[in-house]
Ligand binder design. Sequence first.
Ligand code: FUB
Length: 466
Amino acid sequence: MKKIVITFSLVYCSLNTIAAQNPVIQTHFTPDPAPVVYKNKLYAYTGDDQPGFDFYTMTKWRVYSTEDMVNWTDHGSPISLESFSWARDRAWAAQCIERNGKFYWYICAQTVDNNMAIGVAVADSPTGPFKDALGKPLITTGTWDNIDPTVFIDDDGQAYLYWGNSKLFYVKLNKNMTTYDDKITEVPQSVESFGGLRRHGKSEEVLQKQEKFDDVYVEGPWLYKHKNQYYMMYAGMTNRTECLSYSTSSTPTGPWKYQGKIMTDQPTNSFTNHGGIVDYKGKSYLFYHTALLPNGGSYGRSTSIEEFKYNADGSIPKITMTKEGVNPVGTLNPYQRNEAETMAWSEKCSTSENKKAGVFVSDIRVGGYIKVRSVDFGKGASEFSASVGAGIDGGILEVRLDKLDGNKVAEIEVPRTGGWEEFKILTSKISEQVSGIHDVFFVFKGKNITAGRKLFNFDHWSFKKN
Ligand code: FUB
């Protein structure tokens, strides 16, 4: 009887997660997502939470990309605190934007004088290599307020950088994106512009007792334009945790008109919520974070995505958090080299990077798997190849279709390859006809190993056409 109960709970757990798409990355914690579209791909720039700490003590930032909204490729961590000689701690929220073929990644971090400052790294590609553009902060005013940069380039070419915690500031950036001439402007806040009761007519004593904040600008601004209207989404406040709210304006510098909350009243397990909005392949998406990944928490937050449609008057509807996330807007071609770190869902594995292989799937354990969605095999495949590395043998890579225990179409027993990061391409014939569109599961098993140590590393894969 006891055995039956344990088996049931494992099956339930797998079915549960296999239907899920949120949070979209499971191999790392990915707070403060900032989406941007460049050349048919959608990139998400995120932070890198380190759970187990009791504050936001992150040290690096990460990049992911997708072409179909469900399979995300991990591009590793192109910048960290080490990239900025002036940064001491707290690699906090950031946003990257392209201008004239260069990519400007605005970050914030703590300086040696314990304040927060905004810096900018520049690269020739969305995934780097990036380097500190200035060798010093772009915005440093000796306060805690300088966090959460959001950047936007208007149709007339003028770029705006907004940021701020509790206060909201902006500067107009010069065309080089790394300097500004005007002084920093603080945006006036009122009930009409950003909602809120906190600062408006209430004493601190009353506020301390107040159970619910109506709303108020807290942090995480996100500036963009939709159909001639400018939107400022931000982390507002409700029930003493953050929600997502927004204001609009007919100009990029206001005056702003408070429009209400977008996402609220659902438990995210995280005090913060920080989002971005983007249009991609004809659909609109809200990126936000929760702490709903196993072992998550206020310092272990992960990117989630919901699709939404603007109302006819341009307003944003209330958006509900879901476990299922968004639907695919494309298929994946199995007959090209696919990175193993391109995945829709995974368990019991992580990713690492080195100079030679780039990013690869690491820390593979028995019972783990990678799910890749909407793989279009067309008329049929004959062979499967995988680039794998192992310091010792005992690992098995199975290829199954549509579910974790679906039809097994290929299997590779991974031998010692001369080192965990010495990758070798191994091949298996396809055991049955595979055609049309399928979800592919790479399932990790052990030969005489039922748990414990890592099995092998996995760099890339492809199928051969019939
Ligand atoms: O991730 C660290 C900080 O938490 C961000 O800068 C804020 O927006 C909040 O999400």
